[in-house]
Design a binder for this molecule. Structure first.
Ligand code: ZN
Length: 78
């Protein structure tokens, strides 16, 4: 495994969502090609995914100051 520059826990959390959180809770559709979008206002980071089938939106948000929480979330449900 090649190691690039250290990634922030928030990037790792996005990857976690991209892999583990793509099944819609409304209709059960698995958006295999989908990704979560991350956006931030400088204080909070918001991850957002819209189901391509039924349009249900899912949002996770975290404080940017809370990188420990991001780390914990990314390690869950492996
Ligand atoms: Zn859906």
């Amino acid at each position: 495994m090649t190691s690039h520059q250290p990634r922030s826990p928030f990037e790792r959390l996005k990857e976690h969502y991209d892999h583990a959180e793509l099944v819609c809770q409304e209709c059960g559709f698995e958006d295999e090609a989908g990704t979560w979008e991350a956006s931030t206002d400088g204080a909070t980071i918001v991850y957002h995914h819209t189901c391509p089938k039924c349009g249900a939106e899912r949002v996770h948000s975290l404080k940017l100051s809370d990188s420990d929480a991001a780390r914990e979330h990314a390690q869950k449900r492996r």
